[in-house]
Design a protein around this ligand. Structure first.
Ligand SMILES: [Zn+2]
Length: 196
């Protein structure tokens, strides 16, 4: 089963390597009751990263690299996850007030005999994952699909979903569950306000 962090929430996966970014965002404990944080400790983070790299290889045709997560890498990945989730949920942050979101990484651009230019991750340890994530985001930004990756607005859900609606207007990962729950809460709040 590809993209296990995303699949465990029953979500449709984003196309191509953007699936890796969605997968990374969905390592958080989300839903009610929340599922485990896949970056909770080194063992679970390593298990997740190994799976994610395999899935990334399958969709990108890229090399099967090894990503080894150490304690520093775990802290860095959690911070990156928080920053990315915030940026996606709230829109781009002001870089002057949020210097923590500024990160750099390396990647290799390679032209193959078919004339296609491909981006390969660089770096060691968690930085390989950073390189893969940024390459995936860049490709999605160039193909204008990155803005379809969203965080569900339901505060009890907060999963990362790929919005396939025609006008990219979705705010819930599933209108039937999260959308209706939100409408019900708003309705009850209005009733309570009327009574008061
Ligand atoms: Zn939701």
């Amino acid at each position: 089963m590809a993209w296990e962090a995303t699949q465990r929430y029953g979500l449709q996966t984003a196309p191509g390597t953007l699936g890796l970014v969605q997968e990374f965002l969905n390592t958080v404990p989300a839903g009610a009751p929340p599922l485990p944080d896949l970056l909770a400790d080194l063992a679970s983070a390593q298990h997740w990263a190994t799976q994610a790299v395999q899935d990334w290889s399958a969709v990108s045709g890229g090399p099967g690299v090894t990503v080894e997560i150490d304690v520093v890498g775990l802290v860095e990945l959690r911070a990156l996850r928080d920053d990315l989730r915030r940026m996606i949920a709230e829109g781009p942050a002001d870089m002057r007030t949020a210097p923590a979101v500024v990160r750099t990484t390396a990647a290799t651009l390679r032209m193959d005999t078919d004339g296609q230019v491909r981006m390969e991750p660089r770096g060691t340890g968690w930085r390989t994952m950073l390189s893969m994530l940024f390459a995936a985001l860049l490709q999605a930004q160039l193909s204008e699909t990155s803005h379809r990756l969203k965080i569900c607005r339901n505060p009890y859900c907060r999963t990362a979903f790929y919005d396939r609606s025609r006008n990219n207007s979705g705010v819930w990962h599933d209108v039937k569950t999260c959308g209706n729950a939100a409408n019900l809460r708003a309705y009850r709040a209005r009733q309570k306000a009327q009574k008061a």
